[in-house]
Design a protein around this ligand. Structure first.
Ligand SMILES: Cc1cc2ncn([C@H]3O[C@H](COP(=O)(O)O)[C@@H](O)[C@H]3O)c2cc1C
Ligand SMILES: O=C(O)c1cccnc1
Length: 381
């Protein structure tokens, strides 16, 4: 039985501060000037905290979950693309021809496509996980996009898919999505969860022109006013009112990953909007999320602030699908591997002849502050 949303929230435990401190301590003693691996050290310590152990395991089986759904708000003219493109992109991702497939192959990630609410014009393509809750959301500018029940069902579907992947050996979850119109729902969620003005978090999505982007801002503003007037502002109500079914499914993926103490890499503004909802539902989830990249959509710059750390990459991507998150996978793996594989300064001192320059190493090693033993965890050495 898939846990209820309340049970999923309950299963998320805080990350482990002791493992975090041990990783920091270990970093200080590794064969490098302390702090010289910069944010890779921050990430490594966070991975230890996530795994509740130091050194953390090196993720070897990343899986991207692409949640797909359509949006009633498309009727407001907020995207230049016909809704058929959602189903077409679902078919493209399962056949291996999307941008995300090229990157997944590069980083060795499995790709799983979950349909939680596309309009679905023909038969479900082979390879698509069919978890459809309804055929597109309602128009969020006019009425709540989902009922609470629909929202819960989509969250549980995402959690179920993630839990099955984890049972099958997935040790790093990566979030992605497709859904024409979903940058409008994402902007509404960003504004609702951060208090930002819609004009500051609404962008061109998939290349909307300037005039229609101004209209898109108005649509988001209308949706927020409607939602505020309804007076139901809890996290689940907000997600159901303003979000998409793919956002809800991704909330489930994040809850399940956090419950299993597995890092979950966040992609752009769409998965980022889901992250805001997940953290609003279960604040401890934030400790398990890794901001993979900074989307060029306006909301993108706000997400890292909310997750408490800058994103790993900034490559001007504004595609979604999981592209930016996947590109961050090797960084996550390297951050963990540094903690497991590197020699310590103490090892180096014991075997100075293995390093260049007779005497130079001994002299260099003598200079830094002595290791504070005891607290640091041990890697392979
Ligand atoms: C061919 C194509 C491939 C995509 N892959 C991701 N998206 C991205 O753009 C869409 C959201 O943008 P908007 O809110 O402006 O409709 C989503 O499908 C998102 O995944 C795509 C969009 C298109 C057109
Ligand atoms: O950053 C994203 O998630 C994004 C940006 C543009 C279009 N679709 C998704």
């Amino acid at each position: 039985m898939t846990p209820t949303v309340e049970e999923l929230v309950e299963q998320v435990r805080p990350v482990d501060r002791t493992a975090y401190a041990q990783a920091r301590e270990r970093h200080a003693g590794l064969a490098k000037p302390p702090g010289s691996l910069g944010r890779l050290e921050d990430l490594g310590a966070r991975l230890a905290a996530i795994a509740h152990r130091c050194p953390p395991p090196v993720p070897s089986s990343p899986a991207l979950v692409v949640a797909a759904a359509d949006h009633g708000v498309h009727a407001q003219g907020v995207s230049d693309w016909p809704q058929e493109v959602t189903a077409a992109m679902v078919a493209t991702v399962v056949s291996g021809g999307a941008a995300v497939n090229a990157i997944a192959r590069t980083v060795g990630a499995q790709v799983v496509v979950v349909d939680v609410g596309t309009l679905r014009l023909g038969p479900v393509p082979d390879g698509v996980r069919d978890e459809r809750v309804r055929s597109a959301t309602r128009d969020l500018a006019v009425e709540p996009a989902m009922t609470l029940d629909e929202c819960r069902t989509a969250i549980r579907a995402g959690a179920r898919v993630a839990a099955e992947l984890i049972d099958g050996g997935t040790d790093l979850l990566v979030t992605g999505e497709v859904g024409i119109g979903n940058t409008t729902a994402s902007a509404a969620l960003f504004a609702a969860f951060t208090g930002a003005d819609p004009a500051d978090v609404t962008g061109k999505g998939a290349n909307l022109d300037d005039g229609r982007t101004a209209h898109k801002v108005d649509v988001v503003r209308t949706a927020l006013a409607r939602h505020a007037a309804a007076g139901r502002s809890g996290p689940l109500e907000t997600l159901a009112s303003l979000g998409g079914l793919e956002h809800a499914a991704l909330v489930g993926v994040m809850l399940a990953g956090a419950a299993a103490r597995i890092p979950v890499v966040v992609d752009g503004v769409v998965t980022g909007a889901a992250a805001l909802a997940a953290v609003a539902l279960a604040p401890e989830v934030a400790g398990y999320l890794v901001a993979g990249h900074t989307s060029a959509e306006p909301g993108g710059r706000r997400l890292p602030d909310r997750l408490g750390e800058p994103a790993l990459l900034d490559l001007s991507l504004r595609l979604g699908e999981g592209t930016g998150a996947l590109l961050a996978v090797p960084l996550v793996q390297a951050a963990a591997r540094v903690l497991t594989d590197m020699a310590t300064l103490a090892d180096v001192t014991r075997a100075p002849s293995t390093l260049p320059g007779p005497g130079a190493v001994d002299a260099a090693i003598a200079a830094p502050a002595p290791l504070r033993g005891g607290e640091a965890c041990r890697g392979r050495s």
